[in-house]
Design a protein around this ligand. Sequence first.
Ligand code: 13P
Length: 255
Amino acid sequence: MNKKLRAAVMAGNWKMNKTASEAAALYDELIPAVKDAGCTVVTCVPFTDIAVAVEKCRGTNIKVGAQNVHFEKSGAFTGEISADMLVEAGVEYVIIGHSERRQYFGETDETVNKRTIAALNAGLKAIVCVGELLEERELGITKEVIGRQVKIDLFGISAEQMKNVIIAYEPVWAIGTGKTATAAQAEEVCGYIREVVAGLYGSAVADGLTIQYGGSMKPANADELLAMENIDGGLIGGAALKAGDFSALVESASR
Ligand code: 13P
C-alpha cells in the first residue's frame, strides 16, 4: 500500500482564536498529550501567537505553522507578513489558500500559487487548501473545480519542491458546519487530487504526496476518514482548540 510511504500529518488550524496567553495555556495541555504521537503534529497559529508557540514547542514534537504568507519578499504591503519573516520567527509550515481566505479576503488560485512559490522558496512547507462549494458539488462539478485549483495552485512548482507541499482537501460545505464529508466522498476527491498530481508530476511524486482531509474532523469520525487509502492526515479547525480532542485525533492518525 502506498499509504505507508507517506507521512501522516495532523495539523491544527487555530484560525482567529487564542491570544498569546491563551495559546501558552493550550500548549501546556497539548505538549504532554501528543508527546508520543506516531505522526507529524503541526499547530498553525495566528501571527501574534508565533513567538509563544515557538518558545513552547522548542524541544517537543510539535511543529509551528502560520495561516497565511505574502508573496512578495518585502516592501509596501501594509499588514502583510513575508515568508522570510516567518522563517526567522521559527515557523516551519504555512497554510495557503484556506477557503476562508478565498471567501472573505479575495484570495484566488493565482495568488495562492504566488504565495505557495514564495513559501517554498523561503524553505517553508506549504499546506495548500482546495475544496468545492456546496453549489459546485450539487452541480456535479466537484472534480472540475478541484482539478482547476490543483493545477493553478501548483503551477511552476518543481517535482523536487513538491516534497514540501501538502494538499488539504476541505469541502467548503463541511467547514465549521458539523457536516463531515463521508469517508467515501472524501476518499473520492483525495484520490482524484492524487490522480491530477500524477498527471502533472508522475506517479512517484503523487504516491509520496501527503493529502489531508479537513472539515468538521473530530474524534468520532477520524478513524473512518484516516483509514482511507488516499487520506494521509487532517487539517483540523474547531477540534484543534481542545487538547483532548486534538490529541485523540493525533492518536487516530498514529494507529
Ligand atoms: P473545522 O474543523 O472547524 O470544520 O475547520 C476545518 C478547517 O477549516 C481547517 O482548516
